[in-house]
Design a protein around this ligand. Structure first.
Ligand code: TNX
Length: 551
């Protein structure tokens, strides 16, 4: 147990408040992810039309968090609370006070005290205050999430004392919009739920063989041609008698929509990391600009899933000019420290037979096509570094030599992550076995068609992102974990949500809560009321199995 927590619990026990162990059996406090220390107290704070939301100091970011909370209350209850800068950080009777001031709970931690006559929420940063607000939400009735009822109902917050901070700085959820396209309103809804569970990173997988989804002004054919496929495979892609639906399919985000989504995410304290896949998974781009493939095409936007042989030509300097042109616009749209450059599943067949690629191998003194891929990634990394950004790549980027500053996303198990951490590189853990939310979550016969695998809720919950193989210093390179949502078989937003929730609730706890407090049964108790909340938010989810219901 951390020193902070011990001190906090000791303080509360001295003051005669309920003990920590009682929290575990107290089902009214249904906070997910589970806070470091949460001590229930008697009673609740009632929010009325006269309650003010105060913030200190007068700073735009904390004002934004206060407005966020006021907005939730207004939407659901019709109460239009005053949001004002406070004159001091002194708790204020009858009011809710948010304070930014240095406290020893890291960059994202917060301290929350709710009692009958006031609410005080303190953090070193606006991020932490925002996370405190997510905890407050979960201490309030689910009707807080309802829209447009406007009944001027008073609302209550359960009295409580909380000290909380996350285990990992990177808590991500990914969405593949290449295989299926989802409209901007859905992306915002996805972000809304992420925020509720204290996720801080949205990994937006924007380009694929089956569709290019982001407008690039310099290369308009990427969306004129690359955003549409002539039809889509029906059913499993491994079957021999492949059938197609005969329907043109596609869509893309304009730059204006992208900017709007990035700004929306920022208000939810979520960073958006775009992924521009290279050198593989690039058929939609090649269909638009065939001169950038080794054979020169013609190519078609893919209509089946899987891995495709045609990839960007690594011997052609035009390929790099093109990608740099794209990345320049991407940098301009996304302020994130990281740009994800893919790097996964790049077959080397075409490069083996391509004159230009072979010349490049000789000229650069490379051993083989794996080193050619490494050359490709390093060259892109150099460009991004020169523009102030860092790269993340899937674990294949380890093959043929890791780019010097790359962060590795370990997906083919944990091996790649371990190897990278031992090489002093940062790592994000997303092993298929625990983090692939496209896998089945129940018996295949009873579930809608999915790509394969089996990842029930309990298994997600059981994940520990820090592999035992790492010593203390190496383990510091594990930045966190992420759920991946590949959408080959998810054609509708309802189905995406069915696959994501409640597994993303479990993974949120994996990313936030200390290992010592991970407890699946306790999680299930808190989960049921959370599903009620999701229902009020209009979010679809997979209902719990009988044996998962605790009440
Ligand atoms: C592998 S994970 C892929 C994706 C697929 C996914 C299906 C990764 C880096 N590449 O292209 O959609 O498997 O589970």
């Amino acid at each position: 147990m951390s020193k902070i927590k011990l001190a906090f619990i000791a303080m509360l026990s001295f003051s005669g408040l309920i003990s920590w162990s009682q929290h575990q059996i107290n089902c009214r406090y249904n906070v997910i992810p589970r806070p470091e220390a949460l001590i229930p107290q008697k009673g609740s704070f009632e929010i009325t039309g006269n309650t003010k939301i105060l913030y200190f100091p007068a700073d735009r970011e904390i004002e934004g968090v206060a407005n966020f909370f006021a907005g939730l209350l207004k939407n659901s209850s019709g109460m239009n609370l005053k949001v004002e800068a406070a004159v001091s950080e002194k708790p204020s009777e009858g009011n809710i006070l948010f304070v930014i001031k240095k406290i020893p709970l890291g960059d994202e931690g917060y301290r929350l005290a709710v009692d009958a006559d006031k609410v005080t929420l303190i953090s070193s940063t606006a991020d932490g205050v925002f996370y405190g607000v997510q905890t407050i939400r979960q201490l309030m009735p689910a009707k807080l999430e309802s829209d447009g009822q406007g009944e001027n109902n008073p609302m209550t917050i359960l009295s409580v004392a909380v000290e909380d901070m996350p285990r990992f700085p990177y808590r991500g959820l990914h969405l593949d919009v290449g295989r299926h396209f989802f409209p901007p309103e859905f992306i915002k809804k996805y972000l809304d739920v992420m925020a509720l569970y204290k996720y801080n990173t949205f990994h937006w997988h924007l380009t694929e063989d089956q569709g290019w989804r982001i407008e690039i002004k310099k290369y308009p054919k990427l969306t004129e041609v690359g955003a549409y496929r002539k039809e889509t495979l029906v059913g499993r892609y491994t079957r021999k008698d492949q059938k197609f639906d005969g329907k043109r399919y596609g869509g893309y985000y304009t730059q204006e929509e992208v900017r709007d989504i990035v700004a929306y995410a920022k208000k939810l304290h979520i960073t958006v990391i775009p992924e521009i896949e290279l050198p593989g998974h690039s058929l939609a781009a090649l269909a638009s600009y065939p001169e950038l493939g080794c054979t020169g095409g013609p190519y078609e936007v893919a209509t089946v899933w899987g891995v495709h042989k045609d990839v960007y030509c690594a011997g052609n300097d035009e390929t790099f000019k093109f990608l740099e042109g794209i990345l320049s616009e991407v940098i301009d749209l996304f302020p994130s420290k990281y740009i994800h450059i893919g790097g996964d599943e790049c077959p080397k067949e075409r490069w083996k037979e391509c004159n230009k690629c072979q010349v490049r191998i000789k000229k650069e003194g490379l051993k083989d096509e794996h080193e050619l891929q490494s050359y490709f990634i390093r060259r892109i990394e150099k460009f991004l570094n020169e523009n102030g950004r860092e790269i993340i790549g899937w674990d294949e980027i380890l093959e043929g030599g890791l780019a010097p500053g790359a962060t590795v996303m370990s997906w083919r198990g944990v091996k790649g992550g371990i190897q990278a951490a031992k090489m002093d590189h940062d790592v994000i853990m997303t092993p298929g076995e625990y983090c692939y939310l496209d896998h089945y979550q129940g018996p295949k016969e009873k579930e809608p068609l999915a790509i394969g695998g089996f990842l029930p809720l309990e298994k997600v919950y059981s994940y520990d992102p820090v592999p035992e193989e790492l010593d203390k210093n190496e383990a510091k390179h594990i930045l966190g974990t992420q759920g991946n949502v590949w959408t080959e078989y998810m054609a509708t937003t309802d189905y995406v949500e069915y696959m994501v929730y409640p597994r993303a609730c479990a993974l949120a706890e994996v990313g936030w809560t200390s290992k010592e407090y991970m407890n699946y049964d306790d999680f299930l108790k808190r989960l049921e009321p959370n599903l009620e909340r999701l229902k009020v938010m209009g979010v679809n989810y997979r209902p719990l199995d009988k044996n998962q219901k605790k009440k």
